[in-house]
Design a protein around this ligand. Structure first.
Ligand code: PLP
Length: 294
């Protein structure tokens, strides 16, 4: 597969003598964007092989995974059920509106019930309620997802550093598995509390050529600072590349800050992964009353 990689050209990079690239996997599909396309790929094949006609998954109200799964399910002829954290708010935000429009049946769970989402007895109750389904965990992360995300990094991606945003860790795990020992993979968590992810990641990869940098999470997952909004807007003006406010914006802000602090040796080639997530900007911008690119 040919996925476009662009080189960023700004004065800071010349000054620091590093080269910075961005791999635009956000462009892989208009609605099943970025890493979510790769995470779903083998899960959809597996669901077909198991002869299941319904996908059931979990997510928050702005979840890129929910919107991607809804569209991918429709495209491949599955029914889809989305179990959403929290109460229903009407009118639906753009993410949930899109999911529903594409045929996803939405159900809401209180935050305390939502925490049971991996509990086998709870999943049995869901089967009693909805019939047989192929379960895709929250965020789409499982073993088959990491098989898909390993395809994000291709043989010609030979940069010294690979940088990507981290939620559940399924994406970076695949990338680590596809990287060579000479490369260093750097994860930028979007959420505080990286300990769980660091543990989870060991289930998906045995390589050790990676690190997490958790100083660019901002105030947490869906917290968007004014500084971040400004950064995304300026980055879009200068480079004509839209970033999202939950994942790729924080990652890119972190990478440029690290470059300015001489974290990367002179002569380094750095590849960032644009994991997508732009669908979330609309709802986030509406909620916060700010401008974000789409
Ligand atoms: C879901 C998502 C991530 C996080 O992926 P994980 O596999 O959960 O770590 C990163 N970037 C974007 C844009 C996403 O939508």
């Amino acid at each position: 597969m040919k996925i476009e990689t662009e080189e960023i050209s700004i004065p800071l990079l010349i000054e620091k003598e590093v080269r910075l690239f961005i791999k635009r996997i956000d462009k892989i599909h208009p609605f099943v964007s970025g890493n979510k396309w790769f995470k779903l790929k083998y899960n959809l094949i597996e669901a077909q092989m198991q002869d299941l006609d319904t996908l059931l998954t979990f997510g928050g109200a702005f979840s890129n995974h929910i919107s991607a799964t809804a569209y991918a399910a429709k495209e491949k002829g599955f029914k889809s059920i989305g179990i959403i954290r929290g109460e229903e708010h009407l009118p639906l935000n753009p993410t949930l509106h899109f999911a529903k429009q594409n045929g996803m049946e939405l159900h809401y769970l209180s935050r305390s019930d939502y925490r049971k989402k991996t509990n086998p007895e709870f999943l049995e109750l869901l089967k009693a309620q909805f019939g047989c389904f192929y379960l895709i965990p929250e965020g789409g992360t499982n073993k088959l997802a990491t098989q898909g995300t390993a395809e994000i990094l291709e043989a010609n991606d030979t940069q010294d550093y690979i940088c990507c945003a981290v939620g559940t860790g399924g994406t970076i795990a695949g990338i680590i598995n596809a990287s060579t020992a000479k490369q260093t993979v750097i994860g930028f968590p979007a959420i505080k509390g990286i300990d769980c992810i660091e543990k989870d990641i060991k289930n998906w990869t045995s390589s050790t050529n990676y690190k997490f940098i958790n100083t660019y999470t901002g105030k947490g997952y869906a917290k968007v600072s004014e500084k971040l909004v400004e950064f995304i807007s300026e980055f879009n003006t200068v480079n004509d590349i839209p970033l999202d406010a939950i994942y790729t914006g924080k990652m890119m802000m972190g990478v440029l800050d690290l470059i300015s602090k001489n974290f990367f040796p002179k002569g380094s080639n750095i590849l960032t992964i644009h994991t997508g997530g732009l669908q979330g900007n609309k709802g986030m911008a509406e909620r916060l009353g700010v401008k974000l690119p789409s």
